[in-house]
Design a binder for this molecule. Sequence first.
Ligand SMILES: [Zn+2]
Length: 143
Amino acid sequence: MSINRIQFQPGLSMPDFLKHFGTEAQCEAALEQSRWPQGFVCPCCRATGASVFIVGSHKMFQCRACRHQISLTAGTLFQSTKLPLTTWFLAIYLISQAKTGLSALALKRYLGVKYPTAWLIQHKLMQAMSERETTYTLTNRTG
Ligand SMILES: [Zn+2]
């Protein structure tokens, strides 16, 4: 699973973060932009162009060429999550801004979730971030 290219600039203030990522729609838009920077591309047939519809609280894309359906979060870190994207984004923000790391306990308090949830979020994000750093280091070495 590839890391989502969601990064916040260092030193982004909390009010600025909330202004840009404070609502579910804003987070969805950011995720969509990070998955498909040039617009939707079908994972099956590589066609562009999709019909967008909402199932429950999930945004679904249906390829106009082959009718393949994919949810916005499928194949991402947020796949099958029951948490709002705003919670995930806030967690990414808090962890990326904390220079010395953030404990699951602190995350639990900040996010207002149960401890096991906070623990899961922390581990998923830390793993994704270390994968990205590994890739980055390798890229640097060869390039
Ligand atoms: Zn397709």
